[in-house]
Every structure is written in C-alpha cells, then in structure tokens.
Design a binder for this molecule. Structure first.
Ligand code: PRX
Length: 645
C-alpha cells in the first residue's frame, strides 16, 4: 500500500498546508477518496462553532473495520497487523496477521451479537493490554456498537460513573491484568462497579491471569466459551454494519476543570481519515515497518496510534502488555531489539524515568532498526529530548513532538519525521488543515509583529476531521467547555508560544487540569475524592513541577477527623487513609504526591480559594505571592508557607 497523500518534502508540506486552508473541502475530499466507502459523501464539510455542529463527509457510508482489515486482505493477509509482547519476557509472544485479526474480529463481533449487542449500544471495555482488547474494540466498530474503553487503572467508582453516564449495557473485561510485577484483578473491580447497576445486561470475561473470579449466572460469560461456539460453527466472517460517516465510533472519558469526567465522542469517517493521515505523515510510516506506540489503549493515544491509525494504514502495530521498568529498565530496548522496531512513540515521563537508570540498561541492545522517535502527552524538557536523541536515536532518528488531545482525535501540531524541521521542546508546525491562533484573555487574537515570539491561549479557528462532535449525553457541556470561551473558536485549554518561524511551543494547561506522567487529571476531581474522606473538611489541589512526572499533585487539606491529633505528628496514618480514599474513588494515578495539613485555605471575601497563591507555594515560590490584600485572612498564607513540604 502506498500513501499518495504522504508528504515528502518541506516544500510539499507548505503546499499542502496552503491548499488545506484555502480549500479544505477539496483537500480532505481528495485524501478521503483513498479509503473504502460503501457510498461516497454528498458534502465534505458543514460546520458552525456556535451550536457547535461539525459534519465531515456528510452522507458517506462506510465501516472503519473494512478500512482497517478487509481492504488489506488482498495484498497483506499474511503481514503482521498486531505483534503482542507479553508482560513477562519469557512468555510466548503472539503475532496476528491481517487475516487472523480479521477472522478474530469477525468472530468476536458474532459473540457480541449473540449476546444481544446492537448498533448504537454502548460497550464498556476494561481490559489489560492483550490482543483481545484490540479485537473487542474492532468488533464493536464492526457491528456499529459504540466502545468506551476505560483504562485498567481506574477504580470501580470511576467505572460505575462512566457506565452510568454512557448508559452502557455491555462490558468486556478480563479476569485480571499483568502490569510489571502487579496482577490487577479487573473482573473483581468490575463486580464492585456493578453493585446497584441496573443497565448492564452482560459481562464478557477473557482469561488472562487465572485470578479467581465470581461469574454471576445470567450476567457473566467467558470470552473463550463464547468464541468456541462461533469457531465450532466454522464462522470466520461477519458482514460489517454500514455506518454513516457521522455515526459515533467511540466515547472516551477525559478530565476537565469540573469534577466529572466528560465522555468525548468521536465519529467514524473523520476520525478514520485524520488518524490515518497523521499516522502516515507524522511518523512517515513505510510499508513493512514496525510501529511501537507504548501508550495504553485506554487512552486516546492508544486508540489512534496503536489501533485505528496504524491498522487503517496496513501497518504492523506492536502492542506491549507491560511497563518500561519491568523486569528491568531495559525492557523497551529489549523490545526494540527483538522486533526490529522502526518507530518508537512514547511519553516524556517514560523517557525521564528511564534516564534515571543511566546508560547501563541500553548496553548491548541493538537499536539500529529505529528510524523515527516520537513523544506525546506533555511538554518535553530539553534534557530528556537530547537524551532520547543521543542515546536512543543515536542522533540519526528525527524526533516528532506531537501535541494533541483526547478531543482532537489525532496529532494537530507536530513536525513530520525528517521532512519538516524539529526544535527541542517545540511541537513546531500545525498539521495541514489546522488554523491555530493565540488569543489573549479578552479573546483578541495576538498578532505577531516582525520576528517577535508571541504567547497566548491556543485556539483553533476551523474544524479538522477528527474534532470531537459532542460530550456524551450533554451537548451543552461540549459547547461551554470548548466553544464558548472564545467566539467561533475551539479553545484547547493550553497556553502556547509561537516563534518567528511559526513554530509552536506548548507551555501547559491554563485551566485547572493537571498533567501527571502524561495523564490528564482535574484538580476538582481529586478534591472531590479527598473530600469523601470522613475527616476532611476541605481541600485544595494544585500541580507543582516534578522531575519525572512533569507535574506532581500537591494537596492542601483541612482535617478534623477523629485522628486529627495525628496530623500534628507525622500525619502519616491520615495521609495513607486519604491516599486510599483517592485510589478508591478515582484510581492510583490520581494520588497526591504531597499532602500538607493546614488550618485554613486562602480565600477571597466571597469565599473563592485563591489557587494562584497555593500554586506558587507548592512550586516553592514563597516570596513573590502577589497581592494578598483581598484575602479574608492573610495570616493563613504565612502558616501555609511555613508548613510547605
Ligand atoms: O496539555 C496538553 C498535553 O496533554 C493535554 C491533552 O491530554 P490528553 O487529552 O490526555 O491527551 C494526551 C495525548 C494526546 C494537552 O491539552 N499535551 C499533549 N501532548 C503534548 C502536550 N503538551 C505539550 N507537548 C505535547 N506534545
């Protein structure tokens, strides 16, 4: 498969960019014509950002799995689609060719149907990183069910909230999941999530860890038993459901500045075209190469660059079950060596963590297959960039710094590997079709004068094919969150710089969202969880710079529980209880790194917590706190400064 829309020079990028802005319909229409459609669209694009309403390839009919699987069968049926590397290095790996993956997806699509799943139903998928996860995702897409993958680190409470919000009726899960030295009892977490649930009709459980599970009669069935029934009938195919280009493909929950995660909805046609286009261009994928994206499919990066982008391009996608530091910090390098990985796409937090182990783990590992390196999820500091460049890429692999979001579906700002220039710490240029602007607090576009570097809030003036279409069940929330801050613009929530060459550098979130190890966490969400603890009166959560995680979570807590006296000592017991509460309510990823007990919080006379002050103290900037005269009780600030951890 060749990619006629693969950009091959900086000049060609500039041309494509020009064309995409001048005439987006013919630009994207031409790219979309290289995919398999049951019926061609009537109109490439209709949109307004006031409702908002965005429709790409309107009237087009397709199924994304015909593009990810069927269309490769003629020429690539024996090519590996998914290479699976298990958690333990001595366990056998698995390779699923395009033919095999197609067969398994069709069979599991039958299983879903046999269990009552219909087009439009919401299916929650809560699994570890095993091939069955990708199979479940694609099988949903095959029959037009809407998948909602929940990362395996989220708690029962988080799952319950997501099931409720999506009104999900089916769950696909595993008995357990291996992640490094840990064995996570997924089914048991699902059982907890289902206490009191009235909508779930069936739970399909795949076997992985053989952890004992309680299978509830009439509700729970085994993946293997169900598959066997289909296999024994010799069934290997299922007709794909014909989907409208604008039908929803999936929901993925992400954190915002309010307490409740939102269900970002992506639709079939635009998401397919855009993830494929960016996969082929950003990474400059060449047929036969092995692409290793280290994300979990529970996040958008896994959806777009392990599953849909690579498979729609007929690529080989490596799916790794474990973690970079187990059994030792050489694991990524072993995998690169073992499978001759050509493209490695990971998060700065992983690079920083591996840097901490020195060069030892790299020794004796053959990394010469690597052609392209990528990063995603958070700003990359120059030290980590250079380490990645020098010790992993051996100074011969371009590094793509890809900026994007759950809501954007695919990369929006990134250099194209080896084609457009890179600049350490800078995501650089927008992808074709992306009209990025920087806006000041009043919503006025910041205009660049001469060679100056400008800064502002990052907004986008017009839609790209994989922009979110809504937040599930609450379109108004989508409007107020993304399209109401600045008129006629999508607001990213990020601040950015733009230099004289038009390169962008993302400086981080400007709202109350944290980025911890590349994971997005809302401060309000963490506060709500902390406040659930019986002894907590009030709390305020902010981020602070963390060497490895990028940002750490700093919680200021007013505590008056029965163990209050302990907070005057080390407070360790209470701290542990609070961490346990957060783990229960959200999951371990949201645990505060630092907890400071305080007797009061800095509030304005109207009762608003002044987070700016708390942020500065957490960052260690205790001297220059700005104007504190509007505080109800300025004395509180001194106490907090003294007790800083
Ligand atoms: O702040 C930006 C940061 O991650 C946020 C999006 O998080 P999420 O929806 O979880 O998606 C992460 C993976 C696409 C953004 O608002 N971010 C993402 N990529 C970068 C980044 N910050 C700086 N540089 C990046 N390359």
């Amino acid at each position: 498969m060749s990619y006629p829309y693969q950009i091959k020079s900086f000049e060609a990028y500039k041309e494509a960019y020009q064309k995409s802005i001048q005439d987006p319909e013919s630009f994207w229409g031409e790219i979309a014509s290289h995919f398999t459609w049951r019926k061609k669209w009537d109109k490439v694009l209709e949109w307004n950002f006031t409702e908002p309403r965005v429709e790409w390839f309107k009237g087009g009919k397709l199924n994304i799995t015909e593009n990810c699987l069927d269309r490769h069968l003629e020429t690539k049926s024996n090519h590996p689609a998914i290479i699976w590397e298990p958690n333990a290095p001595d366990e056998n790996n698995r390779v699923l060719t395009y033919r095999k993956l197609h067969e398994k997806v069709c069979q599991f699509a039958h299983v879903l149907k046999n269990n009552g799943v219909k087009k439009g139903d919401r299916v929650c998928i809560y699994m570890g990183m095993i091939p069955e996860l990708a199979i479940a995702v694609l099988a949903c897409a095959r029959i037009g069910a809407i998948h909602s993958v929940v990362f395996g680190g989220f708690s029962a409470q988080s799952i319950a909230d997501r099931l409720e919000d999506a009104q999900a009726t089916f769950i696909v899960t595993c008995d357990g999941a291996y992640r490094g030295a840990k064995d996570i009892p997924l089914k048991s977490v699902i059982d907890d999530a289902l206490i009191g649930n009235k909508t779930i009709k069936r739970v399909i459980v795949a076997t992985r860890t053989r952890t004992p599970v309680s299978m509830i009669k009439g509700r729970d069935v085994w993946w293997e038993d169900e598959m066997k029934q289909v296999e024994e009938k010799g069934v290997t195919f299922i007709e794909a459901e014909e989907m409208d280009a604008e039908d929803p493909l999936f929901i993925l929950y992400t954190s915002g500045s309010t307490g409740k995660p939102k269900g970002v909805v992506h639709s079939v046609g635009g998401y397919m075209v855009y993830t494929n286009y960016t996969f082929v261009n950003v990474f400059q994928y060449q047929t036969g190469q092995v692409h290793f994206c280290t994300a979990d499919i529970g996040w958008i990066t896994g959806h777009s660059y392990i599953v849909y982008g690579p498979l729609s391009a007929g690529a080989t996608s490596l799916l790794f079950e474990g973690v970079p530091t187990w059994p030792d910090a050489g694991r990524f390098w072993d995998i690169v060596d073992k499978y001759c990985v050509n493209i490695l796409y990971t998060a700065p937090t992983a690079i920083r963590s591996l840097m901490g182990f020195g060069l030892g783990p790299l020794q004796g590992k053959n990394l010469s297959s690597l052609k392209v390196l990528g990063t995603v999820g958070e700003p990359i500091n120059e030290e980590a960039w250079h380490w990645y460049d020098e010790h992993v890429g051996k100074r011969k692999c371009p590094i793509v710094d890809t900026w994007w979001q759950t809501e954007t579906g695919g990369c929006l700002i990134s250099n194209l590997a080896g084609i457009t220039p890179a600049k350490p710490g800078w995501a650089t240029l927008p992808m074709p079709g992306l009209e990025m602007v920087l806006v000041d607090e009043n919503g006025k576009e910041v205009i660049q004068q001469g060679d100056e570097t400008i800064s502002g809030n990052l907004c986008i003036k017009s839609p790209w094919p994989s922009i979110l279409r809504t937040t599930y069940g609450d379109h108004e929330r989508c409007r107020t969150n993304y399209f109401a801050t600045y008129e006629n613009m999508y607001f990213t929530g990020d601040g950015a710089l733009k230099d004289k060459d038009g390169f962008f550098r993302i400086t981080g979130r400007v709202d109350d969202v944290l980025n911890v190890s590349g994971h997005r966490i809302g401060t309000a969400e963490v506060e709500n969880a902390i406040n659930m603890h019986a002894g907590v009166v009030e709390s305020a959560v902010v981020g602070y710079p963390h060497d490895i995680k990028g940002q750490g979570i700093y919680a200021y807590i007013i505590y008056q529980g029965s163990h209050a006296q302990d907070t005057h000592g080390t407070g360790d017991l209470v701290r542990r209880d609070i961490l346990q509460t957060v783990t229960r309510i959200i999951g371990a990823i949201a645990k505060p790194d630092k907890i400071q007990f305080v007797s009061g919080l800095p509030k304005t006379r109207s009762g608003k917590i002044m987070r700016r002050i708390l942020r500065k103290i957490a960052e260690g900037e205790t001297e220059n706190l700005g104007d504190t005269s509007t505080l109800l009780d300025p004395g509180v600030v001194d106490e907090i400064k003294k007790g800083r951890l």
